[in-house]
Design a protein. Sequence first.
Length: 132
Amino acid sequence: MTYWVDGATVESVAKTLQVQVPATATEAKAAHLNGLQDDSLILAFVLPTAEVDGFVAGLKPEAPLRLREQPLTFDSDATAPFTHLGLPAPDLLGHVREGQICAPCKGDLNWLKISVASVDGQNSRIYLSGVD
């Protein structure tokens, strides 16, 4: 049986995802979905758009993020849980930069994906999803 873990915090999820949330981040939210075999972890926060490229570079993605102009016609399994946090799923947004950070990752983390969507002219929302 899968269930959302009570007490999951931004700090605990960030630690499992091996991500340092920047001090300038706002609106940080996180959740941990306990699965039958693997756990899903999601983390989202807003950064000033000027800081996004530096944050992404620090994660050392496997390849440069690609721009997806149009929304997908479905939520992927990786991004649908963001609705649990009261956020729009990044797959259903347009003009989103996205990519794989690592697969496999160090330690118990199987993979980590990032999506970046504009919130307004000054800020962007970072979406991180991983499987542990």
